[in-house]
Design a protein around this ligand. Structure first.
Ligand code: FES
Length: 58
């Protein structure tokens, strides 16, 4: 059983690099969709060496 915190999203991610939104403007949260352009925010690179369930807080 996976418990999640309110305001968070749990996603199943494959191995590789995933670009996570840090600005809160993405229409495809938790992934960066370029909505940060014009702000001081940059997406966070999440690098996984194997598939994982990841909880990401908003
Ligand atoms: S859309 Fe939020 S960091 Fe890119």
């Amino acid at each position: 059983m996976t418990q999640t915190n309110p305001g968070s999203t749990t996603v199943s991610l494959e191995a590789g690099t995933h670009w996570i939104c840090s600005c809160g403007q993405s229409q495809n949260f938790p992934y960066c969709d370029g909505g940060h352009k014009g702000t001081l925010f940059q997406p966070l690179a999440l690098e996984l060496d194997s598939p994982k369930l990841v909880e990401i807080s908003q």
